[in-house]
Design a protein around this ligand. Structure first.
Ligand SMILES: [Zn+2]
Length: 287
């Protein structure tokens, strides 16, 4: 098992050349990448035929697929109609993910909207229970639901909260967004020590299997008082985090997360840079 690297959606250099994502898997393989996260943040608008065509192209290229579920899913709401809608959006995302031949969907934690964190946590656990039940009923439970750590402070989803959520059901996987965690802690997810502490937390709360094969997002993110402001590219030298400390830890601990780069416009190029830094870390360790 080795980490996989790929982009979130299509980068600028791809969209300059191609109109359809059907061409993305072969293009990513030719670059040397391993995986691709299809973006449905604004809603699941992809049709069955297109999704299946992308899935076939991914299979042929050996590209591992996942899907980002809509941002408007609000897991911290408890209004029954809201819960029902959340479940339906998650089902739509899982269906599209299955057409793509993928095995993971990523979902955001919800905002606090004045609630205590514990109340938002209880609502989140309830929403996810309902979603897992619906996935099982539709025989879509081979699609893993990944719960993402969030970049804004007034939103549920720091490292501990995401681990607690994933402890509620072993089918849930954490999506560790290192840029988000760095943003919400004012820059404290950037050293090898800080990243090691997070990996320890995953190991101690979720066990070996999930601590080895977790889902991850990695990008540099500008932050302010409230946390995340905007996604940057790897050219940024101010906000971070850098990937090299994580590459060293993945090597030392033999971890194999799937790492999706969400850089603004250069996500495939930056994913490749991470893969190269990881390979460099392996070489250094063997010296
Ligand atoms: Zn996300």
């Amino acid at each position: 098992m080795t980490p996989l690297f790929g982009p979130a959606g299509n980068c600028d250099s791809f969209t300059k050349q191609y109109k359809s994502s059907v061409h993305a898997p072969a293009w990513l393989r030719d670059m040397g990448l391993d995986c691709y996260e299809y973006q449905c943040g604004r809603g699941v608008n992809v049709g069955k035929d297109t999704a299946r065509a992308i899935g076939l192209a991914a299979k042929e290229a050996g590209i591992v697929m996942s899907l980002h579920a809509p941002y408007f899913i609000n897991l911290s709401g408890d209004d029954p109609q809201r819960v029902e809608k959340n479940v339906e959006y998650i089902l739509q995302a899982a269906r599209a993910c299955a057409w793509l031949g993928g095995d993971r969907i990523v979902v955001h934690c919800g905002g606090l909207s004045g609630m205590e964190r514990e109340t938002a946590m209880a609502h989140t656990l309830y929403n996810l229970r309902e979603a897992l039940r619906a996935l099982e009923q539709e025989k879509l439970d081979h699609i893993r639901l990944c719960v993402e750590t969030m970049g804004k402070i007034n939103v549920l989803g720091d490292g501990g909260e995401v681990c607690r959520i994933c402890q509620s059901d072993e089918r849930l996987l954490p999506c560790i967004d290192f840029g988000h965690l760095n943003a919400r802690t004012g820059g404290h997810m950037s050293t090898e020590e800080e990243m090691a502490a997070l990996l320890d937390l995953l190991w101690n709360t979720l066990g070996e299997a999930r601590a080895r094969a977790f889902h991850a997002h990695f990008s540099k993110i500008e932050y302010g008082k409230g946390g995340e402001v905007r996604h940057l590219t790897f050219d940024d030298a101010v906000f971070g985090p850098e990937f090299i400390p994580l590459a060293r830890l993945l090597t030392k601990r033999r971890l194999a997360p799937r790492i999706i780069c969400e850089s603004a416009g250069t996500q495939a190029e930056d994913a490749l840079l991470m893969k190269q830094q990881f390979e460099q870390a392996i070489q250094e360790e063997q010296l």
